[in-house]
Every structure is written in C-alpha cells, then in structure tokens.
Design a protein around this ligand. Structure first.
Ligand SMILES: O=C(O)CCC(=O)C(=O)O
Length: 254
C-alpha cells in the first residue's frame, strides 16, 4: 500500500471512536500469501495452537475429547511460526499508520494476540463484550491492535462488533462479571450495547482498535472458516511491566 492509505481522517476517527477501518491495507498478493500459510498451518493444526474447548466460551465444545474438541481457535505465535506473518506484522502498512497514533517508535507485543484467529463452522464460540487490556500489563493502557481480514467478515460468520468511544470510559466493577466481560443484564450496559458498530470487512481490510475499546463477536454460522490475523502494538516508551505475562516473549521493534 502507499503509506498515505492511513490518512489524518483515519487518525482522527481512531482518536474519537477507539477504532477505525482501513480498507485494503493489505495487497492482493500479500493476502494470498498470508491466507495460504494460515490454511496450511490450520489443516495440520501446527503447534502452538489454542482450541475452542480451551476457552469455555458459549458454544465451544465442552472438552478436547468432546465432539468438535479438536477445533482450533488460534494459531499462536504468528511472528515465530512463519516469515510471511512476521513480515506483515512488522511491515510499513501497519507501522506508518501506528506512528500516527502511538508515536515514532513502535513495538510489537509477541505476548498478546500475535496470532491467526480462526473461526470455524459448527464448533465456533461467541466472545462476550470485553476490553483486551483486562489481562495485559503495561505502564499505560495504550496499545493498538491491527486486525486484518484474510477473507470477508460479516455478522453471519462471527465478525467483530465494537462499542465506539468506550476506550475513554471508566466502568464500575459491578458492570463486569468475574472474567471482566460486560454483564448483559445490567441496564447501563444494555444501553451501551445498543450503540454497537459491526463493520463488514472485505479481504485485505484492517480494523485498528484501542486496547480499551469494548468489542465482541458472534459464532460462525456459515460453512466456511473465517481467518483473521491480529497483532498488538505499543510505543517503546510504554513497555510491559517486568515479570508479567505481557513481558514474555519480548516485543519486536517495528
Ligand atoms: O473473534 C472473536 O471471537 C473475538 C476475538 C477477540 O475479541 C479477542 O481475542 O480479543
């Protein structure tokens, strides 16, 4: 892409909403390479992977030995598993955009996301409303994830929905459950969820979202696997807290 694909309007939209969709961030050639490797690794369930059953989200198989128990949810450690993923994650398409949001020195966290997110027909699960930062430990809650659609993403195949503006809001503890998902029965939460935005992504589109932006996703009710690539970034002056899960493996300079 030309470095100018992420415009000042995109940066402004990100600042206000905590998310922005950038059409066609990845070229067709790049997309074919990324998708080809992702499908090969998925077919072999090449380790390290996370299974749907590991998460116990609604709709997930109950255990690894239950029907559908071998359904992969994430191909983990994308940067280490193949050069094409690392080249994309550290390439100029994301970096030029992220510099406009986070500053000049961008680091890629290998500890969070850093995966091919797969959503497979039949045994995929639903993900409740959450902020990614809830389990991450950095000096400041200022990270940005770049989610690249490797195929079309839409409500029927479990695309992401977002609650715009929530990256700047504070949430009383009682609005969240034990696992820090928004409680669906809370009236304040219900009003907020009514503001949801569900962008349809075409292959090659990317959505940039803040680590405090509430988001959720449905299950895949189509017959085709949905594949996305997602990486998270922070500024070099906002390192992970030493000794936490966020600090290992080490971040990569972008
Ligand atoms: O695709 C999904 O189900 C949601 C993924 C997500 O929100 C996450 O991993 O933070």
């Amino acid at each position: 892409m030309s470095p100018s694909r992420f415009t000042s309007e995109h940066a402004q939209q990100f600042a206000e909403a905590g998310l922005v969709v950038v059409p066609q961030l990845a070229s067709g050639q790049r997309l074919r390479e990324l998708r080809g490797v992702a499908l090969t690794h998925l077919a072999a369930a090449l380790a390290p992977v996370e299974y749907e059953a590991d998460l116990h989200y609604p709709g997930a198989p109950l255990s690894l030995s239950a029907p559908g128990g071998a359904t992969v949810r994430r191909l983990l450690q994308a940067c280490a598993r193949d050069r094409v993923f690392r080249d994309w994650a550290t390439g100029p398409e994301s970096a030029v955009a992220l510099q406009q949001i986070l500053g000049a020195r961008i680091m890629l966290s290998q500890a969070h996301h850093n995966c091919v997110m797969t959503k497979q027909p039949q045994y995929s699960s639903e993900t409740g409303w959450h902020q990614d930062i809830r389990y991450w430990s950095f000096q400041r809650p200022e990270l940005v994830s770049v989610w690249l659609a490797l195929g079309r993403e839409f409500p029927e195949n479990g695309c992401l929905s977002f609650l715009p503006g929530t990256h700047t809001m504070e949430f009383a503890r009682e609005r969240l459950d034990e696992a820090l998902f928004l409680r669906a029965e809370n009236p304040l939460n219900q009003a907020l969820i009514a503001t949801r935005l569900t962008p349809v992504l075409e292959p090659g589109d990317a959505v940039f979202f803040h680590c405090r932006t509430l988001h959720a996703a449905g299950s895949n009710n189509t017959t085709d696997t949905k594949l996305s690539l997602v990486f998270s970034y922070h500024s070099a002056d906002n390192p992970p807290l030493p000794g936490t899960r966020s600090a290992s493996p080490p971040a990569l300079a972008v």
